[in-house]
Design a protein around this ligand. Structure first.
Ligand SMILES: Nc1ncnc2c1ncn2[C@@H]1O[C@H](COP(=O)(O)OP(=O)(O)OP(=O)(O)O)[C@@H](O)[C@H]1O
Ligand SMILES: [Mg+2]
Length: 516
């Protein structure tokens, strides 16, 4: 079968209902080969569901699908693949215990002259495909040893192996470094040049504007607008997404008074694997941002502060008392909480409901007399659902059925509902839409105003600059700079992040007394 002519894909009036939710209420879209269509919308708007239908993962309840003008019905993923449509999911779906070649040809749809491909054919073809996506690794590399970005490239190679005429990418850059994202954009442009249709989902406005030819916006499972990228602006897209004019800004926060007492003093803390110790003092009500490239050692540092790992040297003081957690439970008992970066894996029990997930980390508080106070659980969870604008019919919904961004909100909301002394947030807004981001920022500002110290690891420069009182920059597991709020610019942080300059006025403890 020749698959070389540019495809024309059209979805018409697609309806999809789940118990208690109309995920799609009659959505239409079309895309041609050689075009990048961006699909945008708030968390829970229906983007992933629509693409799963296009990829054959779910049947639609109503509506039609046309390829090159001919109506088609997909009953399973392999039906879509056979018609040249490859879906790359929001969650990477590689088999970690297979190697790259094994993953590329997993499922056995690709066939050689003799039917099923032999292992040596797979390796040879993989090499060609890896070359096309610019991944310089042997096809026999185990997938478990790859970075998120490399896994993403393997997923694309897998799509190319199928001779895909349309490739759907659902938030492909959410765990990529800036460099990896740029690389992905290059590949996308190449694919477009080859006449492949690309549907691209992302919450990152700049990249959508840069990459796409046309933008389709969904809200609550309906089409609310479509515009050529050339006419699009951030404001236009956002107001379509949220249904009102929206200025996505950071809350105004007064500068901390100079005599604000110290809360957490970190002195020469030597993280395993780091070349030197880290020292800083975070004050009450201060938001300290941690900038750096992925792999700069920020998460590892936070894990030492939270008691997941033990530092090799140095010490910490919390509100004037020695603080040396041996496990996370010690940290929590001392009032130090961490909302992890990989929230799916560490933050959420997917088969449990929103309400159950909310009470989980604080379960003792819900079982005062030995049994679970369900009413309280539901009440707290409902407040959280409202505050975080979590899209779900009730708090009794299993979190596995929430959209990706709404899952993030459940986990984050849980941490924001507590009142620790120090809250560590690792990439707090990854995968979260603009409207909800603003809510989260406001909430962080309120927590800081109430005296909670926030350590925020973030790869989003805007957020680091918009929210932090001070920023610590890390590079290759070293603390390379510390900037005050008035010194925060993209250029300055960027120069430090890449290790081009260094700026440490040693941030020795200013005070360790606990007087409020
Ligand atoms: N398997 C399912 N069972 C029940 N409800 C579901 C299921 N899958 C999705 N939903 C619901 O359908 C709606 C649309 O979800 P979808 O995942 O398509 O959103 P999305 O636009 O991709 O959001 P995000 O930006 O957060 O990824 C949400 O309300 C979600 O909770
Ligand atoms: Mg999604």
């Amino acid at each position: 079968m020749s698959n070389s002519a540019p495809i024309h894909l059209e979805m018409r009036g697609i309806v999809k209902r789940f118990p208690g939710v109309v995920a799609l209420g009659g959505v239409s879209l079309h895309v041609r080969g050689g075009e990048v269509l961006a699909l945008m919308g708030e968390n829970g708007a229906g983007k992933s569901t629509l693409m799963k239908i296009l990829g054959g993962a779910y049947p639609a309840d109503e509506g039609q699908l046309f390829i090159d003008g001919e109506e088609v019905v997909f009953r399973k993923v392999s039906d879509a693949k056979r018609r040249g449509i490859a879906l790359i999911h929001q969650e990477l779906m590689l088999a970690p215990n297979l190697d790259i070649a094994g993953n590329i040809f997993l499922g056995g749809e690709a066939r050689g002259a003799m039917g099923r491909l032999s292992r040596s054919e797979m390796i040879a073809r993989s090499r060609v495909l890896l070359n096309r996506v610019g991944l310089a690794l042997p096809p026999t590399t185990q997938v478990s040893s790859l970075t998120a970005g490399q896994m993403q490239m393997v997923e694309i190679a897998r799509a190319l192996a199928l001779d895909a005429r349309a490739v759907i990418m659902d938030e492909p850059t959410s765990s990529l470094t800036a460099g990896e994202s740029e690389h992905l954009f290059k590949i996308i442009r190449t694919l477009r040049g080859q006449g492949i249709a690309i549907i691209y989902i992302s919450h990152r406005m700049e990249e959508v504007l840069k990459l796409s030819d046309r933008i389709t916006v969904l809200r609550d499972g309906r089409n609310v607008g479509e515009l050529p990228a050339a006419e699009a602006t951030q404001d236009k897209i956002v107001s379509l997404m949220v249904g009102r004019a929206f200025t996505h800004r950071f809350p105004d926060r007064a500068p901390l008074p100079a005599d604000t007492p110290a809360r957490l003093v970190v002195e020469d803390l030597l993280v395993p694997g780091a070349p030197s110790g880290v020292s800083f003092t975070a004050r009450r009500g201060e938001i300290v941002g941690f900038a750096g490239l992925v792999g700069a050692g920020r998460t590892e540092l936070m894990q030492c502060i939270f008691g997941v790992d033990r530092p090799l040297a140095g010490r910490m003081i919390l509100d004037g008392q020695g603080y040396s957690p041996k496990k996370p439970r010690d940290a929590i008992a001392a009032g130090v909480y961490l909302a992890p970066e990989d929230r799916k894996r560490h933050g959420l029990v997917l088969p449990m409901t929103i309400a159950q997930n909310t009470s989980l980390p604080d379960i003792a508080n819900y079982t005062p007399r030995g049994w679970l106070n369900r009413r309280r659980e539901v009440r707290v969870a409902q407040a959280e659902r409202e505050r975080m604008a979590i899209k779900a019919p009730t708090v009794q919904v299993k979190t596995v059925n929430l959209s990706g961004g709404n899952q993030q909100k459940v986990v984050l909301g849980k941490w924001l509902a507590m009142t620790p002394k120090v809250l560590i947030l690792d990439e707090p807004t990854r995968g979260i839409d603009v409207g909800a981001k603003a809510e989260i920022y406001r909430h962080m500002a309120d927590m800081a105003a109430a005296g909670i110290t926030i350590l925020m690891v973030s790869s989003e420069m805007e957020e680091v600059i918009g929210m932090s009182d001070r920023v610590i920059v890390m590079h290759e597991r070293r603390m390379i700079g510390i900037l005050r709020r008035e010194e925060l610019t993209q250029d300055r942080i960027g120069a430090l992040m890449t290790g081009r300059v260094e700026q440490i006025e040693h941030d020795r403890p200013i005070t360790t007394d606990t007087a409020a």
